[in-house]
Design a protein around this ligand. Structure first.
Ligand code: GGG
Length: 353
């Protein structure tokens, strides 16, 4: 029996609902396989906890988390806590604390899903988001607060080490795909220091991967290319902020933010990696039972792949595709199904296979 210890952090809003659904699906998969099991340990780290106890992660929390095989995360964000506190105290504390520098975001139109974009069937991208530095370095400050000459700075930091490792990761990922194509996203026309280093290191690393075809696109231009020529891209590497924005666009073009998954990888495996749907806490629909759990199921597929459970990952992905093809879809995809309907359907499918 292969057993995996999974730390579960549902977090805020619909994170609670979709991660509960994901656990059910993973348990159904384990039960069906007979030789696989998951030990889920729940953590109540959330904005609710912050409001009650003044902290998202308790003392020693990251140390405890470091002993798990993977982390299954929901969402963070609350109307009652400023966003810069919730994001930095929970999601970024884990991503940066565990050096999960490679954030991987696939985008594809699943069977039966309608995109508003003509030609969207050709979307088959993986966006690689630098996940440890850049615009999210936390380097800045505020002085003269409350006075007319108040100043706020937010300084992006690009280190050669940080840039090289994410480009290398993106090249290796592109190399593993049939089209072997990698697009560098940049803004080095306007930002002439960090972004120029970002570009220079990319072209240096490219020499080690001659079989990968490359191109370079400014971040503003790449948005139009994603809409007008989606078939021309494969793997896309972008900075922390640029990739965050582009992946929301990619998810919307693929049908809905509700289906998009993410892996926050520590490729060296010195710490556990963290898997989460791209969407946030969506408090406008939280508690209504209508959130789309497909993003958390696809996220579970990425977690299974990372855990070396490729057969289970393929089985789950096939079940997700049968589900979307069946037309049983939540409101974000134009349907009327609830989170529970979709979860029950996929568990039943896994049981039948
Ligand atoms: N599951 C993703 C999530 O909760 N995201 C919250 C968020 O605000 N993310 C912004 C970011 O990571 O840049």
């Amino acid at each position: 029996m292969r057993s995996h210890r999974i730390a579960v952090i549902p977090g805020d809003g619909i994170g609670q609902e979709v991660i509960e659904a994901g656990k059910k699906v993973l348990s159904a998969l384990a039960e069906k396989s007979g030789d696989l099991c998951f030990e889920f340990v729940d953590f109540d780290w959330s904005s609710q906890r912050y409001l009650e106890k003044g902290e998202y992660i308790p003392a020693g929390g990251l140390d405890k988390l470091s002993r798990f095989d993977a982390i299954y995360f929901g969402a963070v964000g609350s109307q009652d806590v400023p966003d810069h506190i919730s994001l930095w105290e929970l999601r970024l504390a884990i991503c940066q604390g565990f050096d999960q520098y490679a954030n991987v975001r696939p985008a594809r139109v699943l069977p039966g899903v309608n995109s508003r974009l003509k030609g969207a069937e050709s979307i088959d991208w993986i966006i690689v988001r630098e996940n440890s530095e850049g615009e999210y370095s936390g380097n800045g400050g505020r002085v003269h607060q409350g006075f007319p000459d108040e100043v706020g700075t937010e300084v992006s930091v690009f280190t050669k080490k940080g840039v090289e490792r994410i480009h290398r990761f993106a090249f290796q990922l592109a190399q593993s795909r049939p089209r072997k194509q990698l697009t560098l996203v940049t803004k080095s026309n306007a930002q002439r220091y960090g972004m120029v280093l970002w570009d220079e290191v990319f072209f240096e690393v490219a020499k080690d991967y001659p079989d990968v075809s490359i191109d370079r696109e400014l971040v503003d231009a790449v948005t139009t290319r994603m809409v007008l020529k989606p078939e021309t891209m494969d793997v896309i590497v972008a900075t922390n902020l640029h990739a965050d924005i582009l992946s929301d666009l990619a998810a919307a073009l693929s049908g809905s933010l509700g289906i998009a998954p993410t892996a926050n990888l520590n490729p060296a495996r010195t710490f556990p990696s963290m898997f989460e749907p791209i969407h946030g806490s969506a408090f406008d629909i939280a508690g209504k039972g209508i959130a789309n759990p497909v993003g958390s199921f696809w996220t579970a597929v990425m977690m299974l792949e990372h855990l070396g459970e490729s057969t289970a990952a393929e089985r789950l992905m096939a079940a997700i595709e049968r589900l979307t093809a069946s037309g049983l879809q939540t409101k974000d995809l134009g349907g009327t199904a609830t989170t529970r309907d979709v979860t029950q359907a996929i568990c039943a499918d896994i049981e039948r296979q």
